[in-house]
Design a protein around this ligand. Sequence first.
Ligand code: ADP
Ligand code: MG
Length: 378
Amino acid sequence: MKETGDPKDQQLTVALRIRPLSDSEKDEGATVVAHKVDDQMVVLMDPMEDPDDILRANRSREKSFLFDVAFDFTATQEDVYRATTKGLIEGLISGYNATVFAYGPTGCGKTYTMLGTDEEPGIYVQTLNDLFKAIEETSDDMKYSVSMSYLEIYNEMIRDLLNPSSGFLDLREDAKGVIQVAGITEVSTINAEEIMQLLMKGNKQRTQEPTAANQTSSRSHAVLQVAVRQQSRYRDILQEVRFARLFMIDLAGSERAAQTQNRGQRLKEGAHINRSLLALGNCINALSEKGGNKYVNYRDSKLTRLLKDSLGGNSRTVMIAHISPASTAFEESRNTLVYADRAKNIRTRVKRNLLNVSYHIAQYTNIISDLRSEIQRL
Ligand code: ADP
Ligand code: MG
């Protein structure tokens, strides 16, 4: 997370995580085509039909991408949390909204990054833990309360994942002009284990249906909303002085409806998901325009309506894009890298220091020797 002082100066941080090669990819004979070169650079190589051709062809068939931070299979859950989300907490308790998205095709690690497992908890639980710790350490003059809700946007409908029997919920603007989900369950607990149990249970309620491309393709966006209310004691009366929200979002799979051979209802769902993702991309682009005067159409989708206050104004936004390293996932990885690349705020991009040439050569030499040993194993 970059710290430039002015929150408006860091509207979007883009991180990229490459998950480990899975057993099923290994079984298919997939090779690794996405490599992390350094803390910010990722190289994607077009897989070759003829392995003997690989060294010659790589020169023209590889493409590098720069991000604010890049992770590969060596990164722990804590590494990812620290470099992407931890820095948002201080702002949150000072009244700045924040948003963290996990983006990428189904099966590339979005839920692993956000929810994780009991042993390897993801960003949700690590963030809440640190938030509670940070609040404990603040002065007694202030009283904080934290509430949490977990919802799903599926087919442009909102469901409460902590109380699925409540049916579809609506978005409403409250008296202060803040968009709220009417009737959503709000939980206030500071017990991390309890939170993990609630989220795990909630996650099982997410709408997941098999498609031609993936056994379980997640078409729903899961949204963990954390609201921090801050009150000050003035003559023994508590007055609300600040309200800030953090949205942590496990987006629906970004794979295209056309590529999953969807038909009928599935196609409609796919179109909705694309609409939400597209609307999100449009909002982020408009917000990162110089001067920030460009018209931002939040009304295009449920997701962007809900995020209206979080994306605009004093907000910090982090996108964590996910890819598989496998040759079999090349097309999807390329689409994801291009999307994430486009999402970068140009102003933050120019701040990156260039690496010196000999460093690059050393990194490429390593990649080439990795590839050689891969070829030998074939
Ligand atoms: P998505 O939510 O994007 O569809 P998942 O998070 O469900 O993908 O990941 C798919 C599979 O890969 C899961 O079995 C998950 O445990 C595993 N996985 C994903 N990322 C990692 C990682 N960084 N390290 C280890 N396993 C991972
Ligand atoms: Mg998932």
